[in-house]
Design a binder for this molecule. Structure first.
Ligand SMILES: *Cc1c(COP(=O)(O)O)cnc(C)c1O
Length: 349
């Protein structure tokens, strides 16, 4: 029996998202925060394991609504923003448009659902190619557009004027999802203030990059009508009690989180200038918690780093010739820089 025969062709040709667990001492490959918040776990004692979680995540939404100055009706909770990408494409359908390179899940999920993908290459500055995007919008009428700003893996924010043009040109055509996973690390204003002016704008946020990746908490902020529609495809208890409780507890007092974010931003700048000083490395400035850098013999450098127990992300096939390093603790960043210098000086001689 050939199982492949009755699997949908779009799934057959799909490759599973690779989240390999590679043992290492210095883990700088997945844009996680080096800082966790175990104090949030104290709240778990009140959890009733025999009861379903709050299907509406009311307590969590109340806090998000306070922090972002929106109503709870404008928020939809997800089991990570990955799940929300699924829900958005399920709700609106395709084609799904996004720039490339960008976060891989937009394409993977579009394909899994069987929707058409439209990937438009970024320009040389890693900014949006507005002309080509507007042409594609006109010709192919995408239903959902994903713009990750700051963008993963390039680290830059897209031009706000270009994003705005895209939103304005699709008012009655598509929803534009601005994925602000890395906004906490950015010096630029996010798109939240524009929500009241544009009904087709959706903001996507996550707690994954600011210390809670293990909890899987993401959320959408959008017009109430959009939230209500997407809510129809949401699984009833998508956010489990443990995640709801711990996230709520931690959001009550954001001070600790805020100071970790500040530290990561200042470490990012140190890491950038450290990389700039190394011969043969070309780092790109970043508004996120990681830095993309160009280096000759990427595969060799990647492997030699790993041999010294320093794990970064090899961007082969996504941005050829580049590695991506997540900002770690000051100690981890120092080890990374020193190891990289050592490797490059050996390979030259
Ligand atoms: C990491 C990442 C996400 C995924 O976030 P989760 O909430 O952990 O699912 C979404 N968008 C971008 C751009 C990311 O880099």
């Amino acid at each position: 029996m050939d199982i492949k025969k009755f699997i949908r062709p779009t799934i057959c040709s799909l490759k599973a998202y690779e989240a390999k667990e590679i043992p290492c001492k210095v883990k700088l490959d997945a844009n996680e925060s080096p800082y966790g918040f175990p104090e949030g776990l104290n709240a778990l004692k009140s959890i009733k394991t025999n009861r379903y979680p709050d299907p509406e995540a009311k307590a969590l939404k109340r806090l998000i609504s306070r922090d972002f100055g929106v109503k709870p009706q404008n928020i939809l909770q997800g089991n990570g923003s990955d799940e929300l990408i699924y829900y958005l494409i399920t709700t609106f359908g395709g084609p799904v448009l996004y720039p490339v390179p960008t976060f891989s899940m937009y394409g993977i999920i579009a394909q899994a659902i069987g929707e058409k993908k439209i990937g438009i290459p970024l320009n040389k500055e890693f900014d949006l190619d507005l002309k080509r995007i507007l042409e594609a919008i006109k010709r192919q009428k995408p239903k959902v557009i994903f713009l990750s700003s700051p963008n993963n893996p390039t680290g830059n924010c897209f031009s706000s004027a270009k994003i705005l043009k895209i939103i304005e040109s699709t008012l009655s055509l598509s929803v534009v999802v601005v994925d602000e996973a890395y906004q906490p690390f950015s010096s630029r204003k996010g798109f939240l203030p524009l929500l009241k002016d544009y009904k087709n704008l959706v903001i996507m946020r996550t707690l994954s990059k600011i210390g809670l990746a293990g909890l899987r908490v993401g959320f959408l902020i959008a017009d109430e009508e959009i939230i209500n529609e997407v809510n129809k495809v949401r699984l009833p208890f998508n956010l489990n009690s443990l995640s709801q409780t711990v996230a709520t507890e931690l959001l009550k007092n954001r001070k600790a989180m805020q100071s970790c974010i500040k530290l990561i931003i200042s470490e990012r700048e140190k890491l950038l200038s450290g990389l700039e000083k190394i011969n043969g490395i070309k780092p790109y400035p970043s508004e996120a918690n990681f830095i993309l850098f160009r280096v000759k013999d990427t595969d060799t450098v990647y492997k030699r780093l790993l041999k010294k127990s320093v794990l970064v992300r090899n961007m082969k096939g996504v941005v050829d010739g580049c590695l991506r390093v997540t900002v770690g603790t000051p100690e981890e960043n120092r080890i990374f820089l020193n190891t990289l210098k050592e490797i490059l000086s050996i390979s030259k001689s």
